[in-house]
Design a protein around this ligand. Sequence first.
Ligand SMILES: *Cc1c(COP(=O)(O)O)cnc(C)c1O
Length: 384
Amino acid sequence: MQSGFYRDTWVEVNLDAIKQNVVSMKRHIGDEIDIIAVVKANGYGHGAEQVAKAAIDAGATMLAVAFLDEAISLRNAEINAPILVMGATRPSDVNVAIQYNVTLTVFSIDWLKDAERYITNEELHFHIKLDTGMGRLGVRDEAELKSMFVHANQSPHFVIDGIFTHFATADETDSGYFDEQYGKFETLLASVPHQKLVVHCANSATALKYQRKLYNAIRLGISMYGLTPSIEMKKKLPYELQEAFSLQSKLVHVKKITKGEKVSYGATYEAKDDEWIGTIPIGYADGWARHLKDFEVLVENKRVPLVGRICMDQCMVKLPHHLPIGTQVTLIGQQHDQIISIDDVANYLDTINYEVPCMITSRVPRIFLENMSIIEKVNPILKR
Ligand SMILES: *Cc1c(COP(=O)(O)O)cnc(C)c1O
């Protein structure tokens, strides 16, 4: 991958924060429970390969992704840790999973029967997914679950390594639905021999809140990136999370406009007086959504407003006074005592923090920091 980039917009990913978040979680749950680091969706937009390496370094023992392609991309980056694909894989791709030594998720007896028709001579390792109330993927009944164990045990091609479920409401204050799901998980689990399996039910929220309900592994996603699983949990976190992601740009053009002059498409913004307007090279094609119109960014340790519509590649800010070209603009992150957090952006967009770093597209280069220095720059659009 080409290491440089030629535009004044970039993401900084603090890998020390990722490591600290893994270490803090490990301390919180104890040594007997393993951490599966969830790096799907390019590590929630941070960079899957780099986050995966940092997480393993900090004590995670397995990685998890959503799709087989994501797992293969980690293998291509020479990551040898165990990888679990949590989403659905086509039965016809079973040999690809085996070839890359990737653990799949199986969620029905029919999948096993189908895959058996394709599988050549090797063994597929997999975890069974139970649907205890999420209504997404998973085995819902005991008879089917038992038949999967029978089928796998009779076949030379299948090895059950683990069994898991996923909660729909672990991040909510009311634990009613969580308790129901947990109860169903316990019941289904009790119906099969699971003593030697990796048994996991916890996402970040569950691991943070229900320390004694974690079986022997957790799937750590959002809080590894230093983000709270929900706003309602923010005040009750058992340890401090370190946000790893920041989004930076620079002023590339600065001009004075006079009262009545307009800015951007639709000419919707009109200067009320003489005003200094700066242009920054980021727009909705970078994931800086058009809905962020009128939001704020940090310049010279102060919050300043975006003005006019956000364009595909650029947007404009109103500056307090003249500032030189090259002045740093922080769209997400900290400048001295001022912070625009991912939660602030999510709140403004009426979404959840998970979506925000995922929105920032691969057109924005990622810079990776460790021990305060840059260790890698990734710019996929110049990939050869
Ligand atoms: C994404 C995902 C996780 C991670 O959840 P967080 O809330 O980010 O910790 C865990 N399990 C499954 C099945 C997932 O899809």
